[in-house]
Design a protein around this ligand. Structure first.
Ligand code: ADP
Ligand code: MG
Length: 658
């Protein structure tokens, strides 16, 4: 009884053992095999290695093996290295303000050792021999001499074997491997002066030797990209921006080709990406994102990477300055390469994504700050100064002087083979209607939007299906919207979104084997792919093939396409697949879409007619017939509306005829 009282009534607090504390820290630092690799490579870099090899087995779940030729550790340092808060990189609080190494928390090795079996071998220059440390959770460390060259080797085996919940949380090998490849790629880009060797078991993924950045970009991204890059090198106020931007021709629909490195550390910043985009803006086709690899060099005192242990996000003291310097750096390069004529980039001018917006939401009729990209409303700071150049003045907004000739022509490929008249032959099978409940929701809201309560005369989906029209009822506006005159008003169709919906449903049907969608190529095409693309293709090969592609895997980095879906334009076979894969990757990462839905949406987005394409009347009619036959005609796979209707009644009201 006495003992019980002691525990339950008075003293409840105990200090956690080091082991538990390390495991908790591991939850932050070590999320997946990729994070172990990132930490270990950063350690090798901090130890001044110029050659680093990474070998993974089972996507790092079974083994992560890193070999470096860095400074190595003494016996005592080796023993200490795996203790919590053991670091050789900072000594006092002042050092925190000026971090020049990747690591500084002294947490990584301790955390990794609490969730895996670890062996570290290390030797310093001129040492007679090296030392080997064996660290296993809950066991006493063993340290003994070993023979090895100068440098450090780390083996991390059976990650999370003692934390089943974490082990279960890991994704498939293919997905985990993709995270690893992504990180390896970023290291290899950011440090062209270092040799990186990367193996997946016995398969060599890449082995890149010290070389100039543009050469390395060629090795990692292929010659096509390397031929289309423009150098950037610009400095202002002790901030340097350098690297490469892709010409508008290689801009992509996804942001997958965008890399920022801040003092060599990979960072992600929507706002800074927007700075690059803003320089390009008028050179890019709709929704395209420029390719870039940009390095920022600035005084470490001017920012804080301490925001998150994974350290992808950074807090700058003054992001506006960085934003405008990046904007100018990119604009300068574009100008030098004749892509923008007579560009005026004034000191105060930069199009920040943060805009002032007048809104009735705010009862004081004040201006609110709205982030244009996220739609997020930013509460104005009480000290906010109206004259602050945080927000550009609208009269400065169009400060560019373009000559017409500088515009790339978005309409150069008008093809008419988008629609077969019997585009979707299979009739709606309502019993199979459950394939995507999300879209049901989307379509309901789009339906409400279209036939909203303010419009009393609602028509039902059945009626929509039955509308019979002539070619003359169709009319195209700005190669973007299709106007359709219907008996009780006018429909406005977004041509891209509507075709996306048609192709999305077609892809889902093809995946369900309801019909075959493949057209065989006379001459199969071979395509070079990178490690990430290769892992995605292997992961969803069956689904890709079911929508109409036939892909043979030649090697780790080459595939052969011998058939493509009916809707893919000729000459576009390889590019379409690569773009679909990239969009698929983004859908998976950013929206966590379900696999088949994601693939169908990516396919439909890429194969659909684009905004800017001129359509003939028969084509418009054919598109309309196809959308009529869709299960969810009123929204595209991303949930945006495809059709908006104005009834006669609504028009009469607007013209005050009633
Ligand atoms: P941090 O990197 O934050 O200092 P770590 O737990 O990652 O913490 O590493 C602890 C220490 O071990 C480092 O400060 C460094 O002194 C030493 N160390 C780790 N990896 C290596 C390596 N590959 N080569 C030399 N020393 C290393
Ligand atoms: Mg470290």
């Amino acid at each position: 009884m006495e003992i019980n009282n002691n525990i339950s009534k008075s003293n409840k607090i105990t200090i956690l053992s080091d082991f538990i504390a390390n495991q908790i820290a591991a939850g932050e630092v070590v999320q997946r095999p990729e994070s172990v690799i990132k930490e270990l490579i950063e350690n090798s870099l901090d130890a001044a290695a110029n050659s680093i090899a990474v070998i993974v087995k089972d996507a790092g779940k079974q083994l992560i093996h890193i070999v470096d030729n860095g400074t190595g550790m003494s016996q005592d340092d080796l023993a200490l290295s795996i203790k919590r808060h053991a670091t050789s990189k900072i000594f006092n609080a002042e050092d925190l303000d000026e971090i020049r190494t990747f690591g500084f928390r002294g947490e990584a090795l301790a955390s990794i050792c609490s969730v895996a079996n670890v062996e570290i071998r290390s030797s310093q220059l001129n040492d007679e021999h090296g030392w080997k440390l064996i660290a296993e959770p809950m066991k006493t460390d063993i340290i003994e001499p070993c023979i090895m060259d100068k440098g450090t080797q780390i083996f991390v085996r059976n990650l999370f074997y003692n934390v089943p919940a974490r082990r279960k949380f890991l994704k498939s090998n293919i997905t985990e491997f993709r995270y690893i490849s992504d990180t390896m790629l970023k290291f290899a880009i950011s440090m062209p002066e270092i040799r990186f060797t990367f193996y997946d078991s016995d398969n060599l993924i890449f082995d890149v030797f010290p070389e100039p950045l543009d050469k390395r970009i060629g090795k990692l991204f292929g010659d096509n990209i390397a031929k289309q890059i423009i150098p950037v090198d610009y400095a202002e106020r002790n901030i340097r921006v350098f690297g490469f931007i892709g010409s508008p021709e290689i801009a992509k629909q996804t942001r997958s080709g965008q890399y920022f490195f801040l003092n060599k550390r990979s960072i992600i910043s929507k706002s800074l990406s927007h700075a690059v985009f803003s320089s390009f803006e008028h050179l890019l086709e709709n929704n395209r994102n420029p390719f870039f690899i940009l390095f920022l060099e600035l005084d470490p005192k001017k920012y804080d990477v301490n925001v998150h242990p994974q350290k992808h996000e950074v807090k700058f003291d003054d992001e506006r300055i960085i934003y405008s310097i990046i904007h100018r750096a990119v604009a300068n390069s574009l100008q030098r390469h004749g892509l923008i004529a007579d560009l005026i980039v004034s000191e105060n001018f930069s199009k920040s994504p943060i805009e002032k917006e007048e809104t009735s939401l705010n009862s004081n009729n004040d201006l609110l700050l709205v982030n244009k990209m996220t739609g997020e409303i930013i509460n104005p700071n009480p000290n906010y100064n109206q004259n602050n150049n945080y927000n550009y003045n609208s009269s400065q907004r169009y400060n560019y002087n373009y000559t017409k000739n500088n515009y790339p022509n978005p309409n150069n490929s008008l093809t008419s083979n988008h629609f077969q008249t019997n585009d979707i032959e299979t009739r709606v099978n309502s019993s199979a209607n459950t394939e995507n409940s999300n879209n049901t929701n989307n379509s309901i809201s789009a339906f409400d939007y279209m036939f909203g309560k303010s419009i009393p005369e609602q028509i039902s989906t059945e009626l929509f299906n039955q509308i019979e029209l002539q070619e003359n009822d169709f009319w195209q506006l700005n190669n973007k919207y299709i106007f359709v005159s219907v008996p009780d008003g006018v429909l406005i169709i977004d041509q891209h979104a509507a075709h996306e919906r048609v192709l999305y449903e077609k892809a889902i049907k093809a995946m369900n084997k309801e019909f075959a969608n493949a057209q065989e190529l006379l001459f199969p095409v071979r395509v070079q792919i990178n490690a990430i693309q290769s892992s995605i293709i292997r992961e969803i090969l069956e689904e890709i093939n079911s929508i109409g592609y036939t892909i043979g895997i030649i090697t780790e980095s080459e595939i052969e396409i011998s058939s493509v879906p009916l809707d893919i334009k000729s000459g576009y076979e390889a590019q379409s697949l690569i773009e679909i894969i990239e969009l698929y990757e983004e859908g998976e990462k950013l929206q966590h879409r379900e696999q088949r839905d994601n693939l169908a949406a990516s396919f439909s987005c890429k194969a659909a007619i684009k905004t800017g394409e001129q359509l003939s009347k028969p084509e418009m009619k054919s598109l309309f017939r196809s959308i009529q036959k869709c299960k969810m005609p009123y929204s595209c796979p991303h949930g945006r509306p495809t059709i908006i209707k104005f009834t006669m009644q609504e028009l009469d009201k607007r013209f005050e005829r009633t």
